[in-house]
Design a protein around this ligand. Sequence first.
Ligand code: GLU
Length: 488
Amino acid sequence: MSTRVRTRFAPSPTGNLHVGGARTALYSWLYAKKMGGDFVLRIEDTDQARSTKESVQVVLNDLKWLGYDWSEGPEVGGPLGPYYQSERLSIYKEHTERLLKAKKAYYCFCTDERLEKMKEEAIKAGRPPHYDRTCSHVSYEDAKARLEKGEKGAVRFKIPSGKDAYTFKDIIRGEVTFPSDMVGDFVILRSDGMPVYNFCCVVDDALMGITHVLRAEEHLSNTLRQMMIYESFEYPLPTFGHLSIILGADKQKLSKRHGATSCKQYEEMGFLPEAMTNFLALLGWSSPDGKEILNKEDLIKNFDLDRLHGAAAVFDEVKLKWMNATYLRELPHLDLWKRVEPFLASAGLPLTSSLWKDSGWQDKTLSVFKTSMETLKDAVPLYQLLDDETFKIQEEAKEVFTWESTKAVLAEWKKQVEGHTGDDFTEADFNTMQDAVKTNCNVKGKFLFMPLRVAVIGKAHGAELKQLVPCMKKSSLLRRAEIVSKEI
Ligand code: GLU
């Protein structure tokens, strides 16, 4: 019987989820889904100064926004918890004791000054700055007695002798070999009693039955220490995959310098989680048929560890915008409106007015606007055009008032609006009114179109009036026409 696949995402909660972290979470989630396995969320919060309740919540919210639901972990629990490392200290302590008793680890009482000096000397002499094992001869009993008396000691892992190298097969990088002497006896439990990442990670992955560890490339070098720890407990090694690095458009490692790097920022910029997921999936993986637009179901169906690749991935925001626009335009209008609403609300638009609350109007306006939207936030300037309160004649538009024909054009437009029966306009209504202005004032081209635009939206350029006017009420057009006619 094959083992049930169990993947995990193990963030250290130190702020918003970075897009790289989100990609790691996504691949782990996808693989678990694909294989009908479990996706475990573990919070690596042993750095208590940096991990607050709030910072954990931020990461959980980001994952929820993306929709990567975990089968075990915070909020949902599970049989192999706790899922916060800060609540697992007794487990690490017990594991440390096991290694101490088996002489696979020992207490070290060296002071920081001594360690620093030893390191400097080693570097000067051209030796690797490994710990010189001074304390490896302190027996377990003596160490306990010293601790009892109040001395501070850390626990060091003893690098096993008799093995020159450690080799494992990385899903992405193939066979990776580390010479054993790359590391010296390393600390697994600090003198303040806090265990270190490499130790907790192994203990947890082993006890939580994790079968596949997907994580950032920067953790590749940690794998040597981790393999040694697995071996010392005789725990089976999981399958590792170290994901390719993510670069900015300039081919440098993606950083704040490039602009937005966290999921939250993209959310605030008006990106959809669906688009973000599709985009992240392709940063290090490709679909077998080369398709680029793949929703979650497609991704789950097609995802395969074999197609993860090690080449650096470039975070191309232009592509992300294109994907976002694609997803956005596919959304049912009811759903799209719900997502656009918070952006309109924070721009102070009149969402509570009866017109803006009308679902027929929402549907009509979205059909007009969505083709001009790449992000949800792009809706703001478009809807602003329909807000009477902020209607204003733009400076650049004032040129139209210097043309001789404008006064008559504006007066005729106002007359046409006044004469319209009913409160709403169709595209045909608008065309008829515009034609009437054209004939009655004997104007055409920019002398017709630009003053009309100013009369409707306060600007001489942009927006197709034949699309916009049907989104407006007679009272609104009249009010605007009056404001504009006062300008001349
Ligand atoms: N807490 C580590 C990180 O956030 C986890 C690394 C791992 O997946 O092993 O980078």
